[in-house]
Design a protein around this ligand. Structure first.
Ligand SMILES: Nc1ncnc2c1ncn2[C@@H]1O[C@H](COP(=O)(O)OP(=O)(O)OP(=O)(O)O)[C@@H](O)[C@H]1O
Length: 726
């Protein structure tokens, strides 16, 4: 039962809105009738046609605006509301002594009667055939509901552009209305020319036609401009939100998703989503307005001819549907044939030696020919189906056109239609078929294309799998880092532990070296320190507080890291050193560069600190990039400095210079991962890691005296044969 799960006041409000819309449509028709023939009355056929149009309009409004759970109820209500008055009037005409000519404005008694009856009928209906109990609760329906929800979401994102969109819809309606008037005016001109020529009437008709053409072109242009403008604004908004959310994601998300697919989602998917929805809404509304307008004019010209036109559409839709089913089957067969031919060709070409050695060339040729023949048969069948389909379609179209012209001739001879009106009707009919086709297919197409929005919204809704950072930001910290039984594995390899219950401490004012064979877990420790990932078990503390308690920006200001292959951004050297800092003076930048031994080579660059480093810094050597990355870390004056093989690409004199600077650090916590014996030897504390575990720790002398893993792996660890490079 729908109403059980839907708030009653909201349901009542939505019913009231539908009733208001219906009354507005009645009023518009009445005003249009008064304006056109000054009477404000319709014959029974026109009344039926107008109620059908009003029903279609209200259905579209309900589908687009209301919640999907209440839509069936509202649609039943609309069906009853639309058709009760003409049914009532039709029955009345059957009674003797009734006058023809019906007012499109129902009297208040009629409104109350039809409203009460409708409510009663569909309450009975609701109890007898409760929605959701039918077999339509299938997967397809769910997919449709999801697609509609997505569509509504795209439309909701357009809310800030309501002024642009309102203007666009106004221009769209005006352009469509002016366009609809043109064939009518042409008909009038022809009538004037074929009858007794009157200059004034002729000039008036020509002027009206020119005005309609001008109005249609002008408003079409304005509509296009307004839609483009709102579309660009929508795209910008969605891209911005998407980028914002991307920036919040954890690092493992970027490892699992390739940069190419993320950027394509950011650029082409957002564009496709906005464009398809905007285009389809645009075409849908234009077709809707034009169809209503054209139906109105066609009905006024001749209801018999309109009926003939309306027969064409369901017939064509039925034929198209049947053809689509057959065509889908043949396309599938064709795909299989293609796959078979390609597979055979590639397997034979790929194993040419075997084919030659067994002398099976002839058999393979025959096999290939057989697959080609099968494909040819399917193609032939497909061609025949297509030809028959086209023939039937043309036959129906031409047949109905001939019937229409015959009927037109009869109407002209009986004086019910002028030749100009027949011509105008032919113009309308041609446009009508195209419009009806759009109306029939566009909504389905819109639901399909909006599927590309799924990817965008999935990304937009993704919550980062990282504990939210706290707001701890003390003025001063000592920089004591502690790992307590930290276990960790990467998302992409959940079964392999990169760190196994690691417990270690980095003391303030001390240089700690992490050493160990490749894959031992050194970089993983550093990544956890940076909060790129979260430990699975255990905790990391900074001055006794869990890392995640600290404010995000604060933590990254206090804990700076330089990696082996630092990433520089396209821009000047200065921009890269002061990256992320605001109001940084050149003196500060230079001081940091001096400490990192980068000042001299920067001064030798063509534009000094303003030299562009190129895409990802590729106009600099690997060693120069490392120097700039060290300057970028030092300028922040971090309390904890992490160097992950950060000097590996530097020449030995630069390495020594950087080492000298590190030796002067007295109150900061420094963690280095190095393959250089000199660096490690001088460290206050050495932690030896292997297989994700801390195996040994102590000073160089202690570890050498112990003659354990560190002692045994010394040669392998420090590339002693290839010293001094890191
Ligand atoms: N991004 C990643 N995704 C999945 N597994 C990873 C990732 N990075 C490292 N690993 C794995 O985690 C384990 C520890 O790697 P880690 O990079 O911490 O070692 P390391 O001691 O720094 O090695 P190296 O000295 O070669 O840099 C290794 O088995 C490695 O294969």
């Amino acid at each position: 039962m729908i109403l059980k799960s839907y708030p009653i006041p909201r349901a009542a409000a939505e019913h009231f809105c539908v009733l208001c819309c219906d009354l507005v449509i009645w009023a518009c028709v009445w005003i249009a009738l008064l304006w056109l023939d000054g009477e404000g009355s319709l014959d029974l056929w026109c009344l039926w046609a107008l109620r059908i149009i009003s029903c279609v309009v209200l259905y579209s409004v309900i589908t687009l605006v209301s919640d999907s759970s209440i839509q069936p109820l509202l649609k039943r209500w609309v069906a009853l509301l639309s058709f009760l008055p003409p049914v009532f009037d039709s029955i009345q005409t059957l009674l003797p002594g009734t006058m023809r000519g019906f007012s499109p404005v129902p009297d208040p008694g009629m409104v109350i009667l039809s409203t009460a009856t409708s409510t009663l009928v569909y309450m009975v209906w609701e109890f007898a055939f409760p929605h959701g109990g039918s077999s339509k609760g299938s997967r397809n329906q769910k997919k449709d509901e999801e697609a509609k929800a997505l569509l509504m979401r795209v439309i909701r994102y357009s809310r800030p552009d309501y002024l642009h969109l309102g203007a666009a819809f106004l221009f769209l309606s005006l352009a469509a209305l002016f366009e609809t008037f043109i064939p009518y005016c042409i008909g009038k001109v022809i009538d004037i020319l074929s009858g007794k020529y009157q200059q004034n009437t002729f000039l008036w008709a020509i002027g009206l036609m020119a005005l309609c053409s001008l109005g249609s072109s002008m408003f079409s242009g304005l509509r296009g401009g307004m839609f483009m403008c709102s579309l660009s604004r929508l795209n910008k908004r969605i891209r911005h939100m998407l980028f914002q959310n991307l920036m919040k994601q954890e690092i493992s998300f970027f490892e699992e998703n390739k940069p190419g697919s993320l950027t394509s989602r950011l650029i082409s998917d957002t564009d496709k989503m906005g464009r398809s929805v905007a285009m389809n809404v645009n075409v849908l509304l234009r077709s809707l307005v034009k169809t209503c307008g054209m139906l109105f004019f066609m009905l006024r010209l001749s209801w018999q001819l309109t009926l003939l036109t309306c027969i064409e559409m369901p017939l064509l839709a039925f034929i198209q549907n049947s053809y689509n089913n057959i065509s889908q089957k043949t396309s599938k067969e064709l795909q299989d044939c293609n796959a078979e031919t390609t597979e055979l060709a590639s397997s034979v070409i790929g194993s040419m030696k075997t084919v030659r050695s067994f002398r099976t060339e002839r058999q393979e040729q025959q096999r290939y020919e057989q697959t080609l023949n099968r494909k040819l048969q399917v193609l032939r069948r497909k061609g025949i189906y297509s030809a028959v389909h086209l023939l039937i379609r043309r036959f129906i179209t031409v047949g109905l056109k001939v019937a229409m012209l015959f009927q037109g001739r009869n109407l002209i001879s009986s004086g019910q239609l002028s030749s100009g009106s027949l011509l105008a009707f032919v113009f309308y009919q041609k446009d009508m078929v195209t419009n009806m086709r759009h109306l029939l297919y566009i909504y389905g197409d819109m639901l399909n294309t909006v599927g590309s929005a799924v990817k965008v919204f999935q990304l937009l809704d993704r919550k980062p799998l990282l504990r939210e950072a706290g707001d701890l930001a003390p003025e001063k910290i000592k920089g004591r880092l502690t790992f307590k039984k930290v276990t960790f594995s990467y998302h992409t390899r959940p079964d392999q532990k990169a760190l196994k219950s690691v417990t270690l401490e980095l003391s303030p004012g001390k240089l700690t070296a992490l050493v160990g064979p490749s894959g031992g877990g050194k970089t993983s420790c550093v990544c956890l320190l940076q909060r790129f990932y979260e430990p699975e078990e255990g905790e990391i503390f900074l001055d006794g507080e869990p890392l995640y308690h600290y404010q995000h920006q604060y933590l990254h200001k206090k804990v700076a890291m330089v990696s082996q292959d630092p990433v520089l951004f396209s821009g000047s050297v200065r921009y890269n050193i002061e990256y992320g800092l605001q109001d940084c003076t050149l003196e500060k930048v230079e001081a940091a560069a001096r400490k990192a031994n980068a000042h001299n080579f920067i001064c030798q660059l063509e534009q000094g600190y303003n030299t562009d480093v190129g895409e990802c810094g590729d106009q600099l050597s690997a060693g120069q990039k490392q120097c700039i990355a060290i300057a970028r870390a030092l300028i922040r004056n971090p309390q904890v400095l992490i160097l992950d093989e950060a000097t590996s690409h530097m020449d030995s004199s630069t390495q020594q210079a950087v080492q000298d600077v590190l030796n002067t650090i007295t109150d900061q916590t420094v963690l280095v991962i190095a393959h250089r014996l000199e660096t490690v030897e001088k460290a206050d504390h050495i932690i030896f890691m292997e297989g994700g575990e801390v195996v040994e720790q102590g000073t160089h002398q202690q570890l050498m005296a112990k003659e354990g893993r560190y002692y045994r792996l010394k040669e392998k660890l420090f590339n002693l044969e290839t010293q001094p490079t890191d």
